[in-house]
Structures are given as structure tokens and as C-alpha cells.
Ligand binder design. Sequence first.
Ligand code: NDP
Length: 445
Amino acid sequence: MHAALESIYERVLSRNPGEVEFHQAVREVLDSIGPAVDKHPEYADARIVERICEPERQIIFRVPWEDDQGGIHINRGFRVEFNSALGPFKGGLRFHPSVLLGTVKFLGFEQVFKNALTGLPIGGGKGGSDFDPRGRSDREVMRFCQSFMLELYRHIGEHTDVPAGDMGVGGRELGYLFGQYKRITNRYESGVLTGKGLSYGGAQVRREATGYGCSFFVEEMLRARGESFEGKDVVVSGSGNVALYTIEKVHQLGGRVVACSDSGGFVHDPKGLDLDLLKDIKEVRRERIAEYTEQRGDATFVPDRSVWEVPCQVALPSATQNELDEDDAAALVRGGCIAVGEGANMPTTSAAVRVLQEAGVSFAPGKAANAGGVAASALEMQQNASRDSWSFEHSENRLREIMVDIHARCHDVAEEYGSPGNYVAGANIAGYSRVAEAMLALGLV
Ligand code: NDP
């Protein structure tokens, strides 16, 4: 790490004790922006890096709700409004039992750079709750979402803070959240949330955008080394929103996805995963991935093991943070992997990133590769503001252009700053530079 950034990092550690994921996310950025700090001493004078590491506002609140049997539950809600130099705070809500303040801060911090990379006018934020929607009835989920919004509504708005979905928050949850916001405020403010259903102000391709976008980015990354998806075996972790639409697009681009997973284990189908069956299990029936083998005789379900033991040429981690460690990375290299693209946020540990890069594997960090979701959200905001609605084809083309552009920026900036082929450096320096320039222009606010 650049000497001038070490004391900043030490201060982040001491002021945010125990928030290990937040520390990891900050460290990853500070480790790579040294050359930009040297090039722009005016940013250091304005203490831009210190300011970027401190959220503008952090909101924590109680969320009481009642289950179907009349039992009372108390969860904790969070919204971390990290940085609004480029536009309103923008970033998803995560409902998962593992959510702590440090989780939301790591995600919010990443979001600032990711949103900057899209080139669109959006700041960064993130939110969520330790509520677990798995196994809950629709009515329980609705009561939770209504209670959550009863506090969140005070802090959000189309020009202030615009949440979306993330793990555990999909179309069903966003519908309940939007319905409650509309009821409390008596305003049909479509631009306050993104990822909405198509029947009430949502946009084409938002649901597919993170997975499609990641596939487009990796396609570009493969092209840069003279390769393509054509004929390649691909492994995708997870089987949620990002994973399903990554599998869909990889198949369309000529790859064959042979394995995916959930927190119970992984499914291996050497002939290529049957996406219709997967969607039926995960989106319609909301069941476990193990069900897949009931209907596909050739496939196997392997419980409690890492999906990264399946040999592939391209790996797309799309489940959760730190799901791919050093040993997994070594297994991927041994199995002939040439490219890894992060559909999830920070799924690869720092040690695993080093193993991959040293072995010559092209590595796309999440803040670049999974930016398609937030980019499509910004397009949804644009359509809401102009009371317009674009076709699927037009929306997908815009998404593709944005991802090709992000790839080019990361690639070129990495080269400009002396780290050719290092997309981590390219993404961090490009994102940081855009935010820093805006912060400098806005003065000490
Ligand atoms: P979903 O809730 O739709 O799906 C998450 C999937 O990951 C589920 O299949 C879940 O399985 C699985 N999973 C969770 N923990 C583990 C684990 N420890 N090991 C294996 N599988 C696991 O979430 P999303 O698809 O929306 O999000 C996935 C990732 O992508 C997250 O990191 C999110 O932050 C990131 N992301 C999402 C965006 C979006 O638009 N949705 C945008 C950008 C990034 P189970 O059901 O067993 O928990």
C-alpha cells in the first residue's frame, strides 16, 4: 500500500472495530489507488480518501413484525448512505440473517466505485436487514416489508436515496416495499425504488441485468485475450437472481454452464444445466437446488462441498462474499480456468485474487463485472423520470454498451497506470478518480 494511505487505513481499522468485510473492501481499494494519489496531490490536500472512507450518513432502526402464528419478531434495519457526490445514493437492500452494519458498509463502499464506473449520475449506498425471508409465507414477508418501510420512507426519495434489490430482496419484496411507500406518502413516486415489477413502473431487463451484464463483461475480457465463451465449460455459484440470468446469457453466448449451487451444496450436470427447470425450482416453487436431480437423471447433487472443485474454463462466483478462497482458486487453476468474473460482491478473498492473477487468469472484480444491475436501475430511473418505457431489445443493447464501456475503461486505465491486464487496479483507479474529481468540485461538504 502507498505510504500516504497506510495511516488512513489504520484509522479506518480503529474507528470501525470488528467490521472485517468493510476493512477488506477498503484495503482492496487503497492497495490499488497509490498511482492515482501520486498523480493528483490536490486530492490528498482535500483529504478525499479519508472522506470517501466515511459514510455521509448511517441509519439503524428497529423492525418489529408479527408471524402467521401471532409470534412477535424484532429485526434490525440499516441504510448506509455512503457518498452522493455523483448523484442520489443508490444501492440495493439485502435481507439475510448474516447482515450486520459492517456488511452494509462494505457493500455501500463498493457501490460508490461501481456506480462511478457506470458513468451514470448515481451516488452509492446500501441497506438491508438481518431478516431471513427463506421459509416465510408471502404474508409474513409482506408484514416485514411494511414494517421496514415504515421507518425507511423518511430517508429515501427519487432525488435523495433510491434503494433496489439484493440478496433476499427480489420482485415480491420490492412490490410490498413500493406499495407501503406509496401508502405512507400518498405519492406515486416511481423513481424512489428500482427493480420494480413491469406492471407498476419497472423496466425491461432490470431483472436480468446483473447476470447479463457480468456475462457481457467477461465476454469482453475473453475477447481481450483472443478467446470467447464458445464451447467453454462454465461454473456459476449460487442459484438466485444473478446466477440464473448469468446462466441464461452464457448459454446464449455459446458457453455451457455445468454447475451451480446454493448454501446446501452444488449441482453438477455435465451436459449443461437445464435453465427452465432451474427457474421453476428457484423462482416459481422457491425450493432447494437439490430438487434438480429428481428430474435430471444425469445430474448429481453434492452436499456441503465447494462448487469450485468442478473443472471449468470460466468461473463466475455469483452467490455471496468470500465464497471462493485460496484453495478454491488453486483448484480452478489446476482445472484449466482462464477467466473469473465476479457476479457477486467480493466473492473472492484477497488471497484467492492473488493466486488467480499470478497464474495468469483474467480476473474481473465485482465492482466492474456486476455493475450491470445498478446501470439498468439508473436506466429505470431515467424511464420513470420521462414517463417512458423502452423495449427489451433497446434496454439490453444499452446495457451491453455500458458493460463494453466499463470493460474498456478498466482495461485502459490499468494500462495507463502501469498495470496492464489488472482489472482490479483499473476499476479502482477509474472509480476513485471520477468520485474524487466531483468531490473536489463540490467543496468541503
Ligand atoms: P439471491 O438472494 O437472489 O441469491 C443468492 C444465492 O446465493 C442463493 O442461491 C443462495 O442460496 C446462494 N448463497 C448464499 N450464501 C451462499 C453460500 N455461502 N454458498 C453458496 N451459495 C450461497 O441474491 P442475488 O442473486 O441478488 O445476489 C447474489 C450476489 O450478487 C450478492 O453478492 C449480491 O450482493 C450481488 N449483486 C446482486 C445484484 C442484483 O441486482 N441482485 C447486483 C449486484 C450484485 P440459499 O438460498 O441457500 O441462501
